[in-house]
Design a protein around this ligand. Structure first.
Ligand SMILES: [Zn+2]
Length: 377
């Protein structure tokens, strides 16, 4: 049995160490995790970068030993925001009614505590490790994923990876990609008293937005459903008495693994050209995080489902994960078959009064122990 006391103690201590991102100062929390990994007998490295950013990595087993698996989760949290709105101090890490409370309790400090609880259980059992286990607690998942990108750039590779994100203990094998596109509309400025002499770029933008609202995608994914697209930013004009010659609209697309960003871009251009001359607009990609998918028949997916059934007594379906996460880089950049699996509900992440059930963290640790045993046997 994993130690509930240990998991509670670690989760609570992790919440107490503020690692809000922005600004993203993970060095203190990385140092705390490093001490725990050393106690577990892991070869431990803190990779400090940009002054106060840091990843921490713990390894059991030798390089190139196979099979190998990475437990990956993040050290940073989204900011706590207005502390007056919280019913407890966001960095207290207190336990209330069987829940760990505070910013990051769900996303993802509770999960990191479950990972550590699982590793400690294996260490206590003096389990003979055949293969290699890598624990990667990374920086910057909530902003750009610099931490996991750095790990991949350092050539750290494993046969499998589990990304610790709140999935309510479902196995998630895919997530959508995030494609951010900006469309600039150009018109001609004139005095606002004679608007018919000019070309108002805001009208172009409004025509376009109406079309976007009605957009229907043909594509469908069995775990991820439909792609989505929504305008998230609009900027136009410089003064209240000038017909604006510029208006830009930013769109957030969530695309499926079958969709290519270039095709989306071309389709969008085609849609705009139906009403607006080509010289009056420009389309460009501002940010792109590719979608990711691991085949259902992958060994890790099978083992994870089996382990969940053994611990919870429930048969679980595989699912898609709503948001993008570091799985994207592990799958697309490092070609590591990856699942997302963790305690806590995604709806309870990034909210005021964030809290996670201790029982769920313990269950997760039991599941991780089984997955590690089965994968590395
Ligand atoms: Zn997260």
């Amino acid at each position: 049995m994993v130690s509930q006391d240990y998991i509670v103690e670690i989760a609570s201590k992790l919440v107490k160490i503020n690692s809000e991102n922005p600004p993203g100062r993970e060095f203190d929390i990385a140092s705390f995790v490093a001490d725990e990994l050393v106690k577990l007998g892991m070869k431990t490295v803190i990779d400090r970068f940009e002054d106060s950013r840091a990843n921490v990595i713990g390894i059991w087993g030798e390089e190139y030993q196979s099979p190998s698996i990475m437990l990956n989760t993040h050290l940073d949290t989204v900011p706590a925001g207005d502390r007056g709105k919280w019913s407890f101090p966001p960095f207290s890490g207190e336990v209330r009614e069987g829940k760990i409370c505070g910013r990051g309790a769900v996303d993802a400090k509770g999960i990191l505590a479950s990972f550590l609880g699982a590793l400690r259980e294996l260490a206590d059992r003096s389990w003979p490790i055949r293969g290699r286990i890598v624990l990667a607690a990374v920086a910057d998942e909530e902003v750009e994923g610099k931490g996991t990108k750095k790990i991949i750039a350092s050539n750290l590779r494993t046969d499998y990876a589990i990304v610790g994100e709140p999935t309510s203990l479902f196995v998630c094998i895919a997530h959508k990609g995030r494609l951010v596109i900006e469309v600039d509309f150009h018109g001609r400025s004139v005095h606002a008293s004679t608007p018919s002499n000019g070309v108002n770029a805001i009208y172009y933008a409004s025509q376009f937005i109406e079309k976007i609202q009605k957009i229907k995608f043909k594509e469908q994914h069995s775990f991820l459903g439909s792609p989505t697209c929504t305008p998230t930013l609009i900027r136009g004009g410089i003064k209240d008495n000038i017909v604006p010659d510029n208006c830009s609209v930013t769109l957030d697309f969530r695309i499926l693994p079958s969709m290519k960003p270039n095709r989306v871009l071309r389709t969008l251009e085609k849609i705009i050209r139906e009403d607006i001359p080509r010289k009056h607009f420009q389309v460009r990609v501002v940010n792109y995080i590719p979608p990711a998918e691991t085949p259902t028949e992958n060994l890790l997916v099978r083992i994870a489902r089996e382990s969940i059934r053994e611990v919870t007594g429930k048969r679980v379906m595989v699912k898609g994960f709503q948001a993008t996460c570091d799985m994207s880089f592990l799958v697309n950049h490092a070609r590591i078959p990856t699942i997302i699996l963790g305690p806590g509900r995604i709806e309870d992440a990034h909210v005021v009064d964030e809290a996670v059930e201790v029982q769920e963290l313990v269950k997760a640790a039991d599941i991780y122990v089984k997955i590690l045993e089965k994968t590395l046997k």
